[in-house]
Ligand binder design. Sequence first.
Ligand SMILES: Cc1ncc(COP(=O)(O)O)c(C=O)c1O
Length: 387
Amino acid sequence: MKSIYLDYAATTPCAPEVADAIAACLTLEGNFANPASRSHRYGWQAEQAVETARGQVASLIGADTREIVWTSGATESNNLAVKGFVEALRREQPQAPLHIITSAIEHKAILDTVAYLEAWHKVDVTYLAPNADGLIQPTQVADALTENTCLVTLMAVNNELGTMTDIPAIANILKRHKALLHVDAAQAVGKLEVNVNDWGVDMLSVSAHKFYGPKGIGALYVRRDPQVPLVSQIHGGGHERGMRSGTLPTHQLVGFGEAARLVSEQLAMDEARIRELRDRLWAGISELGDVWINGHPEARVANHLNVSFAAVDGEILLASLAKVAVSSGSACTSASVEPSYVLKAIGRSDQLAHAGLRLSVGRYTTEEEIDFAITEISRVVSLLRKQ
Ligand SMILES: Cc1ncc(COP(=O)(O)O)c(C=O)c1O
């Protein structure tokens, strides 16, 4: 059965160039060695490859190579940034009241991390509510700041809605406050021009598999000047300047670097083509009527479309859409199928949240695939509405 992949926001396939670069690091003939092996040529070559990759990732986000800490992905980067920073502050002032500002529509990798600090480390957390368009306004951050605020952690692009946050404006507000700014940029890097200095952020999380790199590898940008204090969350051999121990996976990092190089060359071209395809998809689907875009129609990245259909059961909709791979507006918990907390936070009813689809387009999507998806979605929704 023909099936179309429209779930690039969940993950992307590796670019063929990335897969080749990874494959060349696996066997005895390739660059397979431990980059920390200092006593032989194999190790030196692996180290050189890892440092080249570090340069490619740093250059993609406008950072210095010494500001890149390798991690296993954005989940770990978020944990290291938020817990590592709070722990560093606690060591200086064990009893000081600490306050973090985040939003109610962050990825679970942030929400669960701040909830942990709230429960076990006596940290107060403010969860900013999005408006009906899914936007968090810089003024909300300004209003929530207190003298105890040590960290603001917000995502650059929401993973469900594709909506963008005005990070430079928030950084500007924080210039007059001691709080640092951490940004989860997992959905932004590779889709927007991200420059840590232009944006004015102190820490930024990146994930390779969101832009045609391999899964299981990512990075945390950690500002050096002034140096952000961080306590390592993974102890071991003191790799990554003591911030994250563990043997570096040469093949993953080489793939990450190659993905960063490719995306920095192709970003503008990819973006224009992908936006056209996404707009074509919306034009086709909207002809059904009684279908709404979730999230701001303009302030969002080019590849995302999140829509809800009236008068359709979300579970049946997803089950009937076997030929189009998308994400739904529901999340399965152990006990039940819950409507997406993001769609609920922007005020969608349970029915509309359940009947939400996140369609995300990517580098390898074709016009024929978009037309196939429009036909298939229209057929299924019309059929379900007649039942
Ligand atoms: C906004 C956001 N943050 C964090 C993550 C987690 O990234 P990773 O899969 O690299 O751990 C994702 C991926 O789903 C994401 O979309």
